[in-house]
Ligand binder design. Structure first.
Ligand code: ZN
Length: 161
């Protein structure tokens, strides 16, 4: 799913996964494959057309991680800018300012609950993917002016009708 004509699903609210069963595990592993195939470091369910509260993350030096029904329960006061991109908005990159550290609770693909403190790139990707579950895209964090400038470039490049 990419931003454009068929992007309603990217703007929808995702629903809680009621049961973490074998099919959710299979789906999670398929998401990891799709993320790797796209050379991404994170991928959220709505990006593959599924409205479940689920995303996967794989940053360098770490193992792939699955987050099911996640809740960010803490964020640092300190914020940092970092350049973001998105598999659903190909070709656009822009600095987004977000909390430097976060604490998140979720369930993994085996149905085990966990709590994770993250900083650096891991905290960044988690916040980006978490946003997707609420229908929020990284461009929504920019000013109106920045966003419209970026979207003009994007539409010219990728949305030729
Ligand atoms: Zn994204």
């Amino acid at each position: 799913m990419t931003l454009g004509k068929d992007d309603r699903i990217l703007r929808a609210q995702c629903s809680v996964v009621p049961d973490i069963d074998g099919s959710i595990k299979d789906f999670s592993l398929a998401m990891i494959e799709t993320m790797h195939a796209g050379n991404g470091i994170g991928l959220a369910a709505p990006q593959v057309g599924d409205l479940s509260r689920l995303f996967v993350v794989h940053v360098q030096g770490d193992t792939p991680r699955v987050f099911i029904n996640p809740e960010i329960i803490g964020t640092s006061m300190e914020t940092v800018p970092y350049e973001e991109g998105c598999l659903s908005i190909p070709g656009l990159y822009y600095d987004v300012t977000r909390p430097a550290e976060i604490t998140i609770q979720a369930w993994d693909e085996n149905g085990r609950p966990f709590t994770l403190d993250a900083d650096g790139i891991l905290a960044r990707v988690i916040q980006h993917e978490y946003d997707h579950l609420k229908g929020t895209l990284f461009i929504d964090h920019l000013s109106e002016k920045q966003r419209s400038r970026l979207l003009t470039v994007y539409n010219r490049k990728f949305q030729k009708a």
